[in-house]
Design a protein around this ligand. Sequence first.
Ligand SMILES: [Ca+2]
Length: 183
Amino acid sequence: MDMPRTRIAAMSLLSIIFVLVSTLVGVSGAQATGPDASTPSPAAATDESTLAAVFPEGLPVGAVMIDTDSIALDGGAVILNLGPTALSDCPSNWVCLWHDSQFSGRMLQFQECCQWQNLSDYGFDDQMSSWANKRDFDARWAYLPNGGGTVRCMDSHSNNSWVGNTDNDKASSIRILDTDGAC
Ligand SMILES: [Ca+2]
């Protein structure tokens, strides 16, 4: 006489446990996917995803975040800016290369004379579409690493908002000069 009642009670208890476990699994599942679905800080997440895209194997050794938009590389000799919007974002006395035309996309700043510097070290190989030279001296960029292949000159205090179809996404190295007479 008591057995069916006990079974019913047991089954009810099992049902309740099942519902509870299902709910918990559902909640934990939602929590696990939550951060991917909705980001608490869109700006930071965007920067991180951009950084991840620029440096898929992690930031270069010695890279230091200056702020949410800027990273110092090579002890500050090179600066990567993730959020430039205009020519004015390139500071005086620097040579700046932009990922896209019209001085947009991420921007790399160089200042150190006089050796060739390879852009692959900064996740920027074959990316440059516009540039500005805000130094008193000329600079050069080349199709290949270490100044190889076709070489172009960047006159002091000049800029190029679009390098053109032929030269677009070709730059692999840059050299800051100590003369204003190269171009
Ligand atoms: Ca480009």
